[in-house]
Design a binder for this molecule. Structure first.
Ligand code: 9MR
Length: 392
C-alpha cells in the first residue's frame, strides 16, 4: 500500500512555498512501518538512484543554527535550487537544527513545530525517510531550560513531556531518532557537567529517555549518536559498554551511530568498519549520520586538486565502511553544498567540506559516493562485503 503518491519536484516546490494547510506531519491511517517507497524515477547520476534498495543516503537539511548569522536567507525555505537537489539526490533527511530544543521548544510549555513539520512533510512528498535529531543533548537548549530553577522532579517531567510530545507528533514519520547525542567526552567520561540532564538527574536518565521515546513511537529506531567515535577508541569503547548495559537491562536501544565529521588534517579513522561491526554484533543497528570532510584551505581559498582527491577518498572510505557492515543501512552527509556548511563558520581557514561547491557543482567526493553506491548495488556483498551478498 502506498498511502500517498509521489509528487513531482516542481509540484512539491510550489506546495512548499504555498501557505501550509493543517500540519501535514501527522497523517491519519498511516501505517507505522510503511516508509515512503525507495524512490527510483531519478536519472543515473543521482545518489539515491545509485544506492542499493535497502540503503538510505541522506543529508542534513540546512536551516537554523549557524545559518541564522549568515548573509543568506533560510536555505530550506528560500533556495529553490537547494530543495531541488535535496529532493533529487537523497532519500533520507535530518533536520540540521530545526528539531533541537531551542527551535522546537523555545518557551516552557510552548512548542514550535513549523519548520520541523515542513521538513517532515517535504520528506514524505519526496519519498524520503527522516532522522530525528535530537532529544537529549548538552547543546542548543533554550535559556528557559538551562537557566531555569527546577527541582529534579520537574526536570524529569519536562524531559518526559518533551520526548512524548515531539516523538509522538511525528510517530510513524521518523525512521531513526538520535535520542542521546554526544553524552561522552573524548576520554569516554559521561558529560556530567555540561549536560543538564546527566548533571541534574544522573546517568539513569539515558535509559528513561529511550523508554519514553519508545512508548511514544514503538517503531522508531532509537540511537546513541556522537562524533569522534568512527574508529575504535576510548569514546567508542564507552559507547560499547553503555550499549551492552542498556541492552542487558532491556532498554529499547536500537542503534549506534558515528557522526563522521572528518578532517584532512587527521588520518582517516582506519578502524571504522571494525568499530561499526562490533555494535552490529551486539545486535544493534548502525549508521553514519553527519559526514563531512574539512580541510585547511590554501591562501587562494580554493582547495587544490590533490586535496579534493584525498577528500573524495575519505568520503569513499567512510561510505564503504558502512556498506561493509550488515546493519549499517543509513549514511548521511552533513549538508551537500559548501555555501551552507557549518565548517568555515566554526573552523577558521577551513572549508570545502561537502560534496558540492557553493553553486552545486559536484566535486570528486560526490562522484566517489556515487560510484561506491553503484558498485554496491551492482555487486551487493562483493567482494567479501559484510552486507551478505543478497538483497535484503
Ligand atoms: O550544523 C549545525 C550548526 O548549524 C549549528 O550552529 C551547530 C550548533 O551546535 O550544530 C551543528 O550541528 C551539529 C550537530 O547537531 C551535532 N553534531 C555536530 C554538528 C556540527 O557541529
Amino acid at each position: 500500500m502506498r498511502p500517498i503518491r509521489f509528487a513531482t519536484t516542481a509540484l512539491a516546490v510550489t506546495a512548499l512555498t504555498a501557505p501550509l494547510a493543517a500540519p501535514p506531519a501527522v497523517a491519519d491511517g498511516f501505517h507505522d512501518r510503511h516508509w515512503p517507497p525507495h524512490h527510483s524515477n531519478g536519472k543515473a547520476e543521482r545518489l539515491r538512484w545509485a544506492a542499493p534498495a535497502d540503503f538510505r543516503i541522506g543529508t542534513a537539511v540546512a536551516g537554523g543554527g549557524h545559518h541564522t548569522e549568515q548573509d543568506y536567507p533560510d536555505p530550506f525555505t528560500s533556495d529553490r535550487k537547494y530543495r531541488k537537489v535535496l529532493a533529487r539526490q537523497f532519500d533520507s533527511v535530518s533536520p540540521e537544527n530545526q528539531m533541537k530544543w531551542e527551535y522546537i521548544h523555545p518557551e516552557q510549555g510552548e512548542y514550535d513545530f513549523e519548520m520541523a513539520d515542513r521538513i517532515v512533510d517535504f520528506a514524505w512528498r519526496h519519498g524520503q525517510v527522516v532522522r530525528g535529531h535530537t532529544l537529549l543533548w548538552h547543546s542548543q537548549n533554550p535559556d528557559w531550560l538551562e537557566e531555569g530553577d527546577f527541582t529534579e522532579e520537574e526536570l524529569r517531567a519536562i524531559l518526559r513531556d518533551h520526548i512524548t510530545t515531539v516523538v509522538g507528533r511525528y510517530k510513524g514519520r521518523i525512521q531513526q531518532w538520535d535520542v542521546a547525542n554526544e553524552i561522552f567526552d573524548g576520554d569516554g567520561e559521561l558529560r556530567t557537567e555540561e549536560n543538564i540532564w546527566l548533571r541534574e538527574l544522573g546517568p539513569g536518565i539515558i535509559a528513561d529517555a529511550f523508554r519514553w521515546a519508545h512508548q511514544a513511537d514503538p517503531h522508531a529506531e532509537l540511537y546513541l549518536n556522537d562524533y569522534n567515535v568512527e574508529g575504535v577508541n576510548a569514546k567508542s569503547d564507552a559507547y560499547y559498554e553503555l550499549s551492552r548495559e542498556l541492552l542487558a537491562d532491556g532498554v529499547p536501544l536500537h542503534g549506534f551511530s558515528a557522526q563522521g565529521h572528518l578532517s584532512l588534517d587527521y588520518p582517516f579513522p582506519g578502524s571504522m568498519e571494525e568499530n561499526l561491526r562490533r555494535f552490529d554484533e551486539l545486535g544493534l543497528g548502525t549508521a553514519v549520520t553527519e559526514v563531512d570532510v574539512r580541510m585547511t584551505l590554501p591562501e587562494s581559498g580554493e582547495p587544490t586538486e590533490e586535496q579534493l582527491d584525498t577528500q573524495a577518498d575519505y568520503y569513499r572510505q567512510a561510505l564503504q565502511a558502512c556498506l561493509d557492515v550488515d546493519s549499517c543501512d543509513s549514511f548521511t552527509i552533513w549538508g551537500f553544498n559548501d555555501k551552507y556548511s557549518w565548517v568555515p563558520v566554526t573552523f577558521e581557514g577551513q572549508g570545502s567540506a561537502t560534496v558540492m561547491t557553493d553553486d552545486y557543482t559536484r566535486k570528486p567526493s560526490f562522484f566517489a559516493l556515487h560510484e561506491a553506491l553503484k558498485e554496491e548495488k551492482k555487486w551487493p556483498g562483493w567482494p567479501g562485503h559484510g552486507r551478505g551478498g543478497h538483497w535484503r
